[in-house]
Each structure stands twice: as structure tokens, then as C-alpha cells.
Design a protein around this ligand. Structure first.
Ligand code: PRP
Ligand code: URA
Length: 205
């Protein structure tokens, strides 16, 4: 399968502080921003570019620019924490939204919102910090593909092996970019060692 784990000393440093239960929401948001910048660079490494002739103040030169518009689709609510760093790197990105919430007892995600820009012919990155059972991501990718997003990838901060396996089963070959591959899920389908409930830690709820 196409799984990429970001390898960078800064990623390791940021992940340790994100996991730390004493990290408060303000710092947690900053760390989320930093790790997402690293993930965004990795996930967009193979974006198509095309030639463009420009004039420097001194002469003509052929440069390269991004060939296709990029779309990001955060899964609400925790995915919102990853939007700003993408916008910082790709100011022209279009943003779609998919609202999914896991049931506390069953861990099965329920859809409550969906608004997507045109996806045909665009590179689409579905973004969600946590890939636990994989149910939310697989469902969001179903929606994106149905809406025409044939060139899609998934970007998460922490993944469990169970979630990676489910995405591979439901969307074979789909590129997945993560910052950490953790050990397993607990009985309540939380990632171990993980970092707890990302949405709660991001928004102090
Ligand atoms: C979290 C997380 C993912 C999902 C991952 O969201 O942000 O969307 O759980 O779990 P899964 O892989 O088992 O589906 P949650 O449903 O807690 O909603 P929230 O973002 O509103 O907190
Ligand atoms: N969602 C989270 O926020 N954390 C987990 O460990 C699993 C799902």
C-alpha cells in the first residue's frame, strides 16, 4: 500500500509534545499547525507542475508553477485544525467540508454535513488528524470519490494499524500520509499510545 510516514527530527519533537497530556489547547493548536505543515509538504511532493515563462528584472527565464488546483477536505470537527497550515502554503486552495462524528458507544461515524467544491480534475487531500478504526476516513473518501475526486489522498497526524488496513481495504492503493503509526486501538477504539481526543484537546472541550 502507499503509506508514507513523515521522517523529520522536528516531526518527532512536535509529536512528543502533542502526545503529552499536560500540553494545553493553545500550545496544542500551535503544534498541530507545525506538524501539518510538515505533512502538507510531504503530501504535495508529487503535485504536477507546468512550465511558465516569466521576466525577472534582468532577463527571461522558464520557471514552473502548479498545474492543477488543489482541494483540501477537512473532516469536521478536528480536521479544521489542519486547514490553516494548508492555506499558509497553498493560498489558492479550495476547501470542502465533511462533517462526521463517531458514536461514543459504537465508534461508528455518523454524517451530519457535506459541502464540496468541484472535484473533477483536481488533486484532493482529505485531512483528519486521527485515523483510528478508519471508518470516518473511508466514509469521507467514498463521498469524495462519488463527487468526482478520482485523484484523492488522505493526510492524518496519528494512525492506528486498524485504520490504515481499513482504508487500504476500502480504497486500495490510495496514498496515505501520516506523522506517526501507533500500536493499536483500545476497547473504546481510541489510539494507543495516541494523544487522546484530538477535537477535545484542540478546542478545550
Ligand atoms: C475523531 C477524528 C476522526 C475520527 C477517527 O473525530 O477526528 O474523524 O474520530 O476515528 P475513526 O477512524 O474510528 O473513524 P470525532 O468523531 O471524535 O469527532 P470530532 O472531530 O468532532 O471530535
Ligand atoms: N479520535 C480521536 O480524537 N482520538 C482517538 O484516539 C481516536 C479517535
Amino acid at each position: 500500500m502507499s503509506l508514507t510516514i513523515v521522517q523529520h527530527p522536528l516531526a518527532a519533537h512536535v509529536m512528543t509534545h502533542l502526545r503529552d497530556k499536560t500540553t494545553k489547547p493553545a500550545l496544542f493548536r500551535t503544534l498541530c499547525h507545525q506538524i501539518t505543515l510538515l505533512l502538507a509538504l510531504e503530501a504535495t511532493r508529487d503535485l504536477a507542475t507546468e512550465e511558465k515563462q516569466i521576466e525577472t528584472p534582468l532577463e527571461s527565464v522558464r520557471g514552473r508553477v502548479l498545474a492543477r488546483p488543489l482541494v483540501i477536505v477537512p473532516i469536521l470537527r478536528a480536521g479544521l485544525g489542519m486547514v490553516e497550515p494548508f492555506l499558509a502554503l497553498f493560498p489558492d486552495v479550495s476547501v470542502g467540508y465533511i462533517g462526521l462524528e463517531r458514536d461514543h458507544a459504537t465508534a461508528i461515524a455518523r454524517s451530519y454535513y457535506c459541502k464540496l467544491p468541484p472535484l473533477d480534475g483536481r488533486s484532493v487531500l482529505v485531512i483528519d488528524p486521527m485515523l483510528a478504526t478508519g471508518g470516518s476516513a473511508a466514509q469521507a473518501l467514498d463521498v469524495v470519490k462519488k463527487a468526482g475526486g478520482a485523484d484523492a489522498a488522505l493526510v492524518c497526524i496519528v494512525a492506528a494499524p486498524e485504520g490504515v488496513a481499513l482504508v487500504e481495504e476500502r480504497h486500495p492503493g490510495l496514498p496515505v500520509f501520516i506523522a506517526a503509526l501507533d500500536r493499536e486501538l483500545n476497547a473504546r477504539k481510541y489510539i494507543l499510545p495516541g494523544l487522546g481526543d484530538f477535537g477535545d484537546r484542540l478546542y478545550g472541550t
